[in-house]
Design a protein. Structure first.
Length: 340
């Protein structure tokens, strides 16, 4: 099998934080397009001819900003002259109200777009579906032969989930996937780059928000003998904590780290105006000062809250979470309620 690239979770959008226009284009959209071009240049240099995109091309499921949709579509169209593009529908690619509507369907004129489970050329494709029973049945009914590759959009039980990743969606178990029957298994949906139980996640191409503080953003290059992660250049999201009276050393350290990045300073009180001006002069792409209050002890759910638990159980069931994992999701939902 020839070399190929795995990428996912682009969430292409005209974000407002740090999105001030440059030459008429939203700044955050430019960040993404630069990273996209960097990936294409890497593909050219290493003679990669196929790129698999494993879901969540755009952030919005409808009413996608026209410039975000058109600029990315044009980049894919131009690169389709030398790249074989394969798009797998993710949960952000489907309309909640009309599941049959997939935002990447127009890409079929220039690429392969998978919106339902399929198998061809030894590769098993599992796009995101609201009907998760259909996904599980498809996997359960696969013949016992070995396959070249499994590509899916979903969460594998036990994988690291970041604060911005959507949960209660499509959790898979190792016993359901049976990764040993595939030479390679790759997945989108989780924004953290990782390999768990034989399933490789490329993570998001660039950071999306302050829930993604990792610096190892990029994509995966797969060759006959090697699976390697490739870093792309993009502004980082950074969060720093200041005490009531930050020291000179603390301010200087932050000032040295923030140029060109998207920064949030968390402080228990109003930051000294002189310090704020100093931080602004350091050249962050975006700077937000966030006041944080004292920590409070979470209130445990009381017996009279059983109505919430019932609603959560119903929601978990409707989302098609496997029965053996349902209690974990219910507990998670109740924990979120306690922290609200």
């Amino acid at each position: 099998m020839k070399d190929f690239i795995i990428t996912a979770d682009w969430h292409c959008h005209t974000w407002q934080e740090g999105g001030e226009p440059v030459d008429g284009i939203n700044g955050r959209l430019r960040d993404f397009l630069f990273a996209f071009d960097e990936m294409l240049e890497y593909a050219k240099k290493h003679k990669v001819q196929t790129i698999y995109q494993l879901g969540d091309v755009y952030h919005l499921k409808k009413n996608i900003p026209v410039d975000a949709y058109n600029l990315l579509f044009e980049e894919v169209r131009k690169s389709s002259k030398y790249i074989n593009w394969v798009f797998l529908a993710g949960n952000h690619d489907r309309d909640d109200d009309r599941p049959q509507v997939v935002t990447t369907l127009p890409y079929r004129s220039i690429a392969t777009v998978l919106v339902s489970p399929d198998i061809f050329d030894g590769i098993v494709y599992l796009p995101w579906l609201y009907d998760q029973r259909r996904v599980r049945d498809f996997l359960a009914n696969l013949s016992k032969k070995e396959y070249e590759m499994l590509l899916f959009h979903g969460e594998l039980d036990g994988a690291m989930v970041g604060p911005t990743d959507y949960q209660l969606k499509s959790k898979m178990t190792e016993s359901l996937i049976k990764p040993t029957r595939f030479r390679w298994t790759f997945a989108g949906h989780l924004h953290r780059q990782q390999c768990h139980k034989g399933v490789h996640y490329p993570g998001s191409l660039i950071p999306k928000d302050f829930g993604e503080l990792e610096t190892n953003k990029g994509f995966i290059h797969v060759s006959e003998k090697l699976i390697q992660t490739v870093h792309v250049t993009a502004p980082l999201f950074q969060v720093f904590e200041f005490g009531p009276k930050p020291s000179e050393a603390a301010v200087e350290k932050v000032s040295q780290a923030i140029p060109g990045n998207l920064v949030r300073i968390e402080t228990p009180g109003r930051l000294d105006p002189g310090i704020q001006k100093r931080l602004e002069a350091a050249g962050p792409r975006y700077l937000r000062i966030k006041l944080v209050g004292k920590q409070t002890t979470p209130v445990r759910a009381q017996p009279e809250d059983e109505g919430f638990e019932t609603l959560i159980r119903q929601h978990v069931e409707q989302k098609g979470v496997p029965p053996e994992l349902a209690p974990v999701y219910v507990d998670y939902g109740l924990d979120v309620l306690r922290r609200v």
